[in-house]
Structures are given as C-alpha cells and as structure tokens.
Design a protein around this ligand. Structure first.
Ligand SMILES: Nc1ncnc2c1ncn2[C@@H]1O[C@H](COP(=O)(O)OP(=O)(O)OP(=O)(O)O)[C@@H](O)[C@H]1O
Length: 320
C-alpha cells in the first residue's frame, strides 16, 4: 500500500488542504494538494448517514491485547441474538484489525455497493466492515499515516452503506491516537452514546485506562463503563464451581470507584474464548452457560440499559 509520509500538525483540521494550518509544514505541497482534507461537507455527510443509526458505541482500551476486539465482536453477537435488532460492527484498528478473524471473515474484501461499500453480513442482522478487508492478505500492513488514515476513517463512516441500524459498534486501536480523535470528531455531531473501555486487572493496563478515561472526559465522550477482562481464571479441567479461581478484587473495581465510572462487569480468562476466536466462531454457542458467557450477557444488558436511557434523554431534549 502507498505510504503517505505526512505529519502536518494541521493535517486533520478542517483547514488542511487549504494551506491555513500548514505553515512551516515540510510536506506543505502534499497538504496543499488536498490529501486528507476534511471539508465541512464530510461532517455533514456523516451526520446525514448516521441518522439511520440509532446507537453508537466505541470500544476502547488503553493497552493492546486486553480483549477489545473479542469484546466488540461478542457484543455484536450478543445484541444480534434479538433478530429484530440490526447490528453494525466497524473495525478501525488500523494496525491490527482482528475482527475478520474473530468473525470468521478472513480473506473477505471490500464489497462495492453503488458509489460506496457494503458491509459483509455474518447474519441477516449483523453486518461487518473492517480495515482488514482493504488488505491484500491478513499479513499485509497498513502504513498510511496522517491525513490519509483519517480520510479512511471518514470514508468508513460516510461511504459504508449500513442502512437502518440499531447499534453501531466501533472497534478502535488501543490507546488514544489520531483514529480516536477522528472517529469522535466525525461521530460527535451524530451523538455517540458512549464508550466501553476494556482492561485486564493488572496495574500496567489500568494505568493506561486512566489515560483513556481522561481522554474521554477531554473530548466529552460519555463513558458507559469499564469491563475487566481476563479477570480470574476458569480451569477447563475443573468441573465444580468451587474450583473456579475467584475473580480478582481491587483492580478495575478500585479504579472505577476512584474515577467515578461504572464497572460493567468482569469476564474470566477462559481458554475456550481464545480457541473460538481463532476459529472465527462465537463462544456463546459452544458454552451458553459458562461463567464467561453469563458475564458477557450481564454486561451487554447493562450497555443496552445505558443506550435506552441515552435515547430517552435525547428524545426529552428534542421535545423540550
Ligand atoms: N476472557 C478471555 N479469556 C481468554 N482469552 C481471551 C479473553 N479475552 C480475549 N482473549 C484472547 O486474547 C487475545 C487478545 O484479544 P483481542 O485481540 O480481542 O485483544 P485486543 O485488545 O483487541 O488487541 P489489539 O487491540 O492489540 O488488537 C485473543 O487471542 C483473544 O482470543
């Protein structure tokens, strides 16, 4: 893929491409050519597009590898169990798009639909779009930087033909990067319900979650809550409940109390989750009553309650 070595500080601003924010930029010529320019019309187009999407949820994590994509995928699977609910799963994890693998869609490419793109449907009511669909193979690397990367996110939000959707779940890269700012900026005008932040119980992960929470507060992104993943261990050989290692105490719970954000729940470390993700199959099917599945279901219910409340608040605002 083409590299755009462009780090102009104004590259993501509405002024980029018009030269106004690019003074002193070594790549001014590229910038002035309009690469990655974000005309105000794009925001308007995204706003228009998002009118058919009822709820928008961002899934964030401070650290990589904590289970963010696994969570995004299974939130989508869980919500899609109600066949009257239409779900869209968007993967913008540019450096490590794992949604194709987890959803059993490896090797899929972007499908054209009119002038835009059509999601790939894993169920009638569950459509998926991933940055991974743009790669020539799973081992290909995305080396876009700056405006082109943001342009791609804009394109995902504007050009994918989602149709009428109840929930749009956005799986983001770890940390608080350009992509987060772009997606928040583009979706902000279309009212994001909020963010779910995934962590493990370890302090190295929690430390980064604190930053993530501060990021959300700075950009005024509501926080639905935190999920402590890989919290305690389910031994596959142990049959009795008592032999299950207890979930951790402290960890995310203390942090959530401290920072006044809800802890949505804890998901144990369960080897079946890893196995099923590698097979591209939901673990809810193979282990409908496992502690991990039950933990997920309770978390999903809390997210739905949050979104319903958000919707009533919006409706009240409109009617008042
Ligand atoms: N509760 C769990 N128990 C066991 N394995 C898990 C659990 N949650 C996730 N995993 C496994 O952990 C690995 C990392 O998960 P995942 O890819 O979802 O992380 P991530 O936070 O999205 O990573 P990144 O953002 O760096 O791509 C995967 O192999 C996944 O199957």
């Amino acid at each position: 893929m083409e590299e755009v070595p462009h780090d102009c500080p104004g590259a993501d601003s509405a002024q980029a491409g018009r030269g106004a924010s690019c003074q002193g930029c070594p790549n001014q010529r590229l910038c002035a050519s309009g690469a990655g320019a974000t005309p105000d019309t794009a925001i308007e187009e995204i706003k228009e597009k998002m009118k058919t999407v009822k709820h928008k949820i961002l899934v964030l994590s401070g650290k990589g590898g904590v289970g963010k994509s696994t969570f995004s995928a299974h939130l989508a699977h869980g919500l899609a169990e109600d066949e009257n609910t239409q779900i869209a799963l968007l993967d913008i994890d540019i450096c490590g798009p794992s949604i194709p693998k987890i959803m059993g869609l490896e090797g899929e490419q972007v499908h054209q639909s009119g002038s835009g793109w059509s999601p790939v449907y894993v169920e009638d009511n569950l459509g998926v779009m991933s940055v991974g669909f743009l790669l020539s193979s799973p081992d290909d690397a995305v080396i876009w930087r700056g405006p082109k990367k943001n342009g791609m996110i804009k394109q995902f939000l504007r050009d994918v033909d989602w149709g009428e959707v109840d929930y749009l779940i956005v799986d983001t890269p770890p940390g608080t990067s350009d992509e987060h700012l772009s997606v928040v900026r583009y979706l902000a005008t279309a009212h994001i319900d909020g963010a779910v932040i995934i962590t493990t119980p370890q302090e190295v992960s929690l430390q980064d979650v604190r930053k993530e929470i501060n990021f959300c507060r700075k950009v005024k992104l509501p926080i639905i809550g935190v999920v402590e993943n890989m919290s305690g261990f389910i031994c596959p050989k142990c049959k009795k409940e008592s032999q299950i290692f207890p979930p951790t105490t402290g960890g995310a719970e203390l942090m959530c109390q401290d920072l006044e954000v809800p802890l949505l729940g804890r998901v144990p470390l369960d080897p079946l989750i890893g196995k099923n993700c590698d097979k591209g199959q939901s673990f809810f099917i193979d282990a409908p009553d496992s502690p991990a599945t039950l933990a997920y279901r309770s978390i999903i219910q809390r997210i739905q309650e949050f979104c319903n409340l958000h919707q009533s608040k919006e409706e009240n605002l409109i009617s008042s």
